[in-house]
Design a protein around this ligand. Structure first.
Ligand code: MG
Length: 373
């Protein structure tokens, strides 16, 4: 790894792990975090979980696994340029969606409303719960025993009530401090990744069109440039070439703006990063254009009637599963039955949140279709 900037997270300024372990041989603590995440069960499930499209709709749409890899790629490029801890941004990026329910945002909203009398459901908090408690691979501890800074990066948002129960990792939500620059990078890399791949998947599915995107400056500026430079390009190449230029514009702008922010706020170490305002940002102009793109996607893709139909179906499946398991906990698999004896609703929520799209569909069929068992 290249030399780290003084404001980067390093093994020397890290708050370490909850359970003490000897330093790893031949790799850094944050490499070890990343390796544990990749070997986790929750990570493998990302392959069959989706954000916008349900998993069986097409083989070319993003899943949460490929999304997480794209986030890691973007975040690592940014981190390397800024001399931040690349292993840490990679670990955060690969873990950031581990707590997501099946069926994307619709699934998360459904589970949250099922859980409203039992403490609610937040996917960020669930990602932390997965790495802190639910993974059961290690003899000496529950979860993955990750470094503080990886856990901090995973917990992107948190309500004050929940933050108060989390100890050190929740403190910043109560004291209004910022997380490390590495966490800030992973967060914006996530946004860059999903906005751009949702345009790609949206076009591929036919739910949005190139003509509609003409109103989005970030897209249309590059589209016009590519059309002028390469007349007669097929649509697939035209779209891909435009999107790669969009990602490049966002990343380049973020690098320049962040470098400038670091200079302006004179941060010299990680403590100063935590006390400063958010430093990993877009410029005002690109921020505005990115907002325009997000608004477009919300209106034309996420609220498209075909997406809403899938969401309605997803909500019904989650509702049904939740009710069935709450009515009779004996229907739960053995490992959740035990937990359900003292914490029934949370056990059901953990079980459902861990399901992949297709597993949830199958489980629903097993419970409700008379001809299945
Ligand atoms: Mg994400």
């Amino acid at each position: 790894m290249t030399e780290l900037a003084p404001y980067a997270v390093s093994e020397h300024n890290s708050h370490g792990r909850a359970v003490h372990e000897d330093a790893p041989f031949g790799r850094s603590e944050f490499q070890r975090d990343r390796d544990r995440i990749i070997h986790s069960t929750a990570f493998r499930r990302l392959e069959y979980k989706t954000q916008v499209f349900v998993n069986h709709e097409g083989d070319l749409f993003r899943t949460r696994l490929t999304h997480s890899m794209e986030v890691a790629q973007i975040a690592r490029s940014i981190a390397r340029y800024l001399k931040l801890n690349e292993d840490l941004v990679e670990a955060i990026s690969l873990a950031h969606d581990l707590g997501h329910t099946p069926f994307g945002h619709a699934g998360q909203d459904a589970l949250n409303s099922c859980m409203k009398d039992y403490g609610g459901f937040e996917h960020n908090l669930q990602s932390l719960r997965v790495v802190d408690r639910l993974e059961d691979h290690y003899a000496a501890f529950d979860g993955l025993n990750l470094s503080f800074e990886t856990r901090e990066g995973i917990l992107k948002h948190c309500s004050p009530d929940n933050a108060a129960k989390l100890g050190r990792v929740g403190e910043r939500f109560l004291t209004q401090q910022r997380p490390s620059l590495e966490a800030q990078v992973a967060n914006l890399a996530d946004e860059i990744a999903y906005n751009n791949h949702d345009v790609d998947d949206g076009l591929r599915s036919g739910l949005i069109t190139l003509d509609q995107l003409a109103s989005v400056r970030l897209f249309s500026g590059h589209l016009d440039a590519v059309r002028t430079l390469y007349p007669g390009l097929t649509d697939r190449r035209l779209i891909h070439e435009t999107i790669r230029r969009m990602i490049n514009t966002l990343v380049t702008d973020l690098l320049h703006t962040t470098e400038q922010n670091i200079l302006t706020h004179v941060v010299r170490d990680i403590a100063e990063v935590r006390a400063a305002p958010p430093l990993v940002t877009f410029s005002a102009e690109i921020h505005e254009q990115n907002r325009e793109l997000k608004t477009f996607l919300r209106t034309h893709l996420y609220r498209h009637y075909r997406v809403l139909r899938m969401s309605a179906k997803a909500r019904r499946i989650i509702d049904d599963l939740f009710k069935a398991f709450m009515q009779d906990r004996r229907l739960l698999p053995p490992q959740f039955m035990l937990q359900a004896e003292h914490d029934h609703a949370r056990a059901v929520s953990d079980y459902i949140a861990g399901m992949t799209d297709r597993y949830a569909i199958r489980e629903h069929r097993r419970l409700f279709a008379v001809e299945e068992s």
